[in-house]
Design a binder for this molecule. Structure first.
Ligand SMILES: *Cc1c(COP(=O)(O)O)cnc(C)c1O
Length: 496
């Protein structure tokens, strides 16, 4: 049976998995969601012995039902190969009683690689399947990590181009350097004078601009999205939660069926939604712990039932979570509205017009699986320092936000017995200055690359290849534009 994907805003719109991946966003601005969450029927004893790639196949075949076995295995094996610096792909590291699921062993040392290394293969396979003749133009807004991971994934992939917009003053120096040194004739990187939300809104507007789509088509192009709203990113992210559970079981940490908690440092709500889908597939997950930084719009939502983005936008040391509109939350809202596209569309309309909406008590009832909290800037630094001093293990700022919230969760609920996995979303080498300052302010006088070497020394970990590569790399992209100029910049790059 084919699993279909419906728009969260229009009950009439239903497409196949490959079409949903190609389109990124539905015509009405809604997000594609599977019409049901398939159940994972592989016995745990079997899952426990599977490689990451084998696990990926078992999970993804249930969601991408119009891909053949060969196609899917080709996508999986091309993505999860020696680009990752460990065969485990996503290793678990125990530190101070929690299990850190390290999702940063791919080519750009952040968790976005988990999905963006496979998306280009899913997308080009989907294009072939649907007899697409146009060149595919990936349009992406990034708060830092998506941009580089998408660039690395799509660079020189035939039949594709990629354009990345990032907030000029809203990403870390290493993140910026990683992007502006990107090679590949089909890549284009643009800094915008604005924040991430403005970049994302600009991209969304281009996606829903019918006149622009027509012009593009005439020139032999069509847009697709590498943002976490693309179902082709969400599905691969479910895999590592299944894998983590199976490995904990295999290592004797948990018994079969024993529930675990999952803590996710959250921005656009993609990663934690994948954990929610894993739970709905049957993985025994007790609480989904949603961790925010000082942009705590999700914490406020979980504690009040009102989503309100009307607030000051904070620049924090965890920039990939500096987000006031968590796009993927829409998929959860749709679901708790009883898969009612009309109800969801009305709420999203309120969000656009007034910047906020309130869900009903009945909808709130269904959020019991979630626990939300946030970690302040000061607390984040304290978490990094304390964990390092206690165990020698060094985590990045985003992961520290999650670890901080896990601490608050335990204090709040007294649940310290449930085994807990913390999604570790970036290598500390990606946010070296914030991490080293957290450990000791004496490091602040060092240059960025001196800090890299010092982090390697005190943490006893080798400098990742991704960092070595940019030490001496040349800047290849220096375009900066205002938010209003984004469509012009795109056309210019495409020679239109
Ligand atoms: C993108 C990102 C996040 C947030 O993930 P979402 O899926 O957007 O919630 C957290 N940490 C890091 C390092 C990221 O790059």
């Amino acid at each position: 049976m084919e699993l279909m994907y419906a728009s969260t805003r229009d009950a009439q719109e239903k497409v196949t998995a490959s079409q949903a991946i190609l389109r990124g966003l539905a015509n009405d601005g809604g997000l594609f969601v599977p019409t049901e969450i398939p159940k994972l029927n592989v016995p745990m004893e079997q899952l426990a012995k599977m490689s990451y790639q084998e696990t990926a196949y078992e999970v993804m075949k249930l969601f991408l039902t119009d891909f053949t076995e060969d196609e899917l295995k080709h996508c999986i094996n091309s993505a999860y190969d020696s680009k990752f610096d460990t065969e485990e792909i996503a290793p678990l590291v125990e530190a101070d009683g929690a299990y850190y699921l390290e999702l940063f062993h791919g080519s750009t040392i952040a968790f976005k690689d988990m999905a963006l290394s496979i998306l280009p293969y899913l997308l080009t396979t989907a294009a072939k399947k649907n007899k697409v003749k146009n060149e595919i133009v990936i349009l992406t807004a990034t708060s830092g990590d998506t941009g580089k991971a998408a660039l690395a994934g799509f660079a020189d992939v035939p039949g594709t181009r990629i354009i990345v917009f990032y907030p000029k003053n809203g990403v870390s120096p290493i993140q910026e350097k990683q992007m502006v040194t990107q090679k590949g004739a089909n890549t284009f990187v643009v800094g915008i004078n604005g924040n991430f939300d403005q970049a994302q809104t600009g991209v969304k507007q281009m996606f829903s601009d019918a006149a622009l789509a027509k012009e593009m088509d005439a020139a032999g192009y069509q847009f697709s999205s590498a943002n976490s709203i693309n179902i082709g990113r969400l599905v691969p992210q479910i895999v590592y939660y299944v894998y983590a559970y199976a490995k904990l079981f295999d290592n004797g940490v948990i018994g079969n069926g024993e529930p675990i908690n999952i803590v996710v440092p959250t921005g656009n709500f993609g990663n934690i939604l994948a954990a929610f889908y894993a739970k709905n597939m049957g993985v025994p997950i007790a609480k989904l712990i949603c961790a925010s930084n000082e942009n705590k719009v999700l914490y406020d939502f979980f504690s009040t039932g009102t989503y309100d983005k009307n607030r000051e936008f904070m620049l924090t040391s965890s920039p990939s979570m500096d987000i006031l509109i968590s796009s993927n939350l829409e998929r959860l809202i749709y679901r708790i509205a009883g898969n009612d596209a009309g109800k969801n569309a009305a709420l999203m309309k309120q969000l656009t017009s007034t910047g906020k909406y309130e869900i009903t008590p009945k909808m709130r009832e269904q959020l019991k699986d979630f626990y939300g909290n946030y970690t302040s800037e000061k607390e984040t630094a304290g978490v990094i320092r304390a964990l390092y001093e206690k165990t020698g293990y060094i985590i990045d700022t985003h992961t520290a936000v999650a670890a901080g919230v896990y601490g608050k969760y335990k204090a709040d609920t007294k649940d310290d017995a449930t085994k807990t996995v913390i999604a570790s979303t970036a290598s500390p080498f990606k946010f070296t200055r914030s991490v080293m300052d957290a450990i000791d302010m004496k490091y602040d006088s060092m240059s960025d690359f001196e800090l890299v070497d010092e982090l390697s020394r005190i943490g006893n970990v080798t400098v990742p290849q991704a960092i070595e590569e940019i030490r001496n790399a040349k800047v290849l992209h220096d375009t900066v534009c205002d938010v209003e100029e984004m469509p012009c910049v795109v056309k210019k790059f495409l020679g239109m």
